[in-house]
Design a protein around this ligand. Structure first.
Ligand SMILES: Cc1cc2nc3c(=O)[nH]c(=O)nc-3n(C[C@H](O)[C@H](O)[C@H](O)COP(=O)(O)OP(=O)(O)OC[C@H]3O[C@@H](n4cnc5c(N)ncnc54)[C@H](O)[C@@H]3O)c2cc1C
Length: 411
């Protein structure tokens, strides 16, 4: 059997449809977001485009078919993310909340939980949001560390038919929802008497029990609603525990494989945009010399190296997300490579492309700084490369029987 990297007619259609949507809705949104100084008002600007995306079926496209959605494979997801993230990666991150928050439900939820928690995201109107409440303001990388380390601090205490949750969460998109009363679904990583566990809170449990401490003011992904919140006496039915008590560490790591792999494609989107700007600049500007600057070998070399890296990261991310979504055993390792290598290439490539343009690149009204500040997020979000992702690779390498050729299928 041959492996084809050519887009099928359906994938071509998806690419063109996603590009049309992005040009119509996300390009103007990104321009408005750049101008709005207040982080909360900025995040609210996305709501009309969000509703358009839901009505056009894109949210349902994040839900796997066995659970009622229309999600395709990993390559399809990469095509959509790249086209949208070129204009507004923050919009994609906000819309993609269910991808992480519902992953543990698919993996370990009961049929009744799956039906109840997925239902809001099968809608074809409105703006339903989901949050994966994992990160905490006092630290996240050591959430599973045994005592004497403090690890995860949010607690859920049983009280008759209820869990009572208290703690503080940070960073996850849409923790407060659109109105401060919470998202439709919040998957909360917390400590129960049985260990680290996952409990899903629905909006009715969250309303009135969320205290917004701060909305973060991000330099790059400016339209993301990322906040620090307090959870105060959130009462959730005992039946909302997902999987068994104490299984939360594995379920949490598993929830982030797909989005980890997708970071490679987010980095590609930023690099692709930056390359286009630098290439155009080099092809059309002489900067007072006799020829366009692309005629200088040193400039052309930077462009050549940048392009090689963009192509390499795109292929790696396609392969990684395809493996994760197909539940191939190679998925976790490939997702880690796409996350770490992709995100670090993003920063390196865009920084080098700024040297092609020269000092003008350092003007915020010139677009390269926007792409750089987006790319700078990717090594530290979705589990920082240092605190979480490289440690996961180290764990894989230490697994007895680990075969370095397995991930590539060459064992
Ligand atoms: C736009 C955006 C969206 C986000 N979405 C979500 C989301 O949906 N859900 C969510 O829960 N979070 C989300 N986050 C947070 C993000 O995923 C972070 O990557 C996560 O909080 C982990 O941060 P950290 O690895 O820096 O951990 P921290 O615990 O803050 O660690 C900080 C640093 O300490 C060092 N460190 C700590 N412990 C170790 C160790 N044992 N070994 C080596 N180094 C160590 C590392 O250098 C690490 O980078 C989002 C953030 C942003 C900006």
């Amino acid at each position: 059997m041959t492996v084809s990297f050519q887009l099928s007619p359906e994938q071509e259609q998806l690419k063109l449809g996603a590009r049309r949507f992005a040009e119509e809705h996300l390009r103007p949104l990104a321009a408005d977001v750049r101008k709005e100084p207040d982080p909360f008002s900025r995040a609210l600007l996305a709501r009309p485009a969000f509703e358009e995306a839901v009505a056009a079926g894109f949210l349902k496209g994040l839900i796997p078919a066995p659970f009622g959605g229309t999600a395709g494979g990993g390559v399809e997801a990469c095509i959509l993310i790249e086209e949208w993230a070129c204009h507004s990666p923050d919009f994609v991150i906000s819309l993609a909340g269910p991808l992480i928050a519902l992953a543990p439900v698919y993996e370990a939820g009961t049929p009744e939980q799956i039906e109840r928690f997925v239902a809001p995201f099968l809608a074809d109107h409105g703006a339903p949001v989901a949050a994966m409440a994992f990160s905490e303001p006092e630290g996240t990388a050591n959430f599973a560390a045994p005592p004497p380390a403090e690890g995860l601090r949010t607690t859920a205490v049983p009280d008759g038919e209820w869990w009572v949750l208290n703690g503080r969460k940070a960073w996850a998109s849409h923790l407060p929802g659109w109105d401060g009363n919470g998202p439709d679904v919040m998957t909360i990583v917390c400590r129960t008497p049985g260990g680290v566990s996952l409990i899903v809170a629905e909006r009715e449990h969250l309303a009135g029990h969320i205290e917004v401490e701060e909305h973060y003011d991000l330099p790059g992904l400016r339209g993301c609603l990322t906040s620090r919140i307090g959870l105060h006496d959130v009462r959730v039915p005992r039946s909302n525990l997902v999987g068994a008590e104490g299984h939360g560490v594995r379920l949490t790591y598993d929830a982030f494989w797909a989005t980890g792999a997708s970071i490679g494609i987010f980095a590609v989107a930023a690099m692709r945009q930056a390359f286009e700007v630098a290439y155009h600049y080099a092809s059309t500007n002489t900067r007072g010399g006799a020829v366009p600057i692309i005629e200088h070998q040193s400039v052309a070399d930077v462009l050549a190296d940048a392009k090689s890296r963009i192509e390499a990261v795109r292929l790696l991310a396609w392969r990684a997300l395809d493996a994760v979504i197909a539940q191939d055993a190679a998925g976790p390792e490939l997702a880690l490579h796409a996350k770490i290598f992709g995100s670090e290439m993003g920063v390196e490539v865009i920084t080098r492309l700024m040297n092609v343009v020269g000092v003008q690149a350092y003007d915020t009204s010139f677009p390269l700084m926007t792409y750089l500040s987006q790319a700078q997020a990717y090594p530290v979000i979705e589990g920082s490369n240092t605190g979480i992702r490289r440690r996961q690779l180290q764990d894989l390498f230490r697994t007895p029987g680990y075969n370095p050729l397995s991930a590539s299928g060459m064992a």
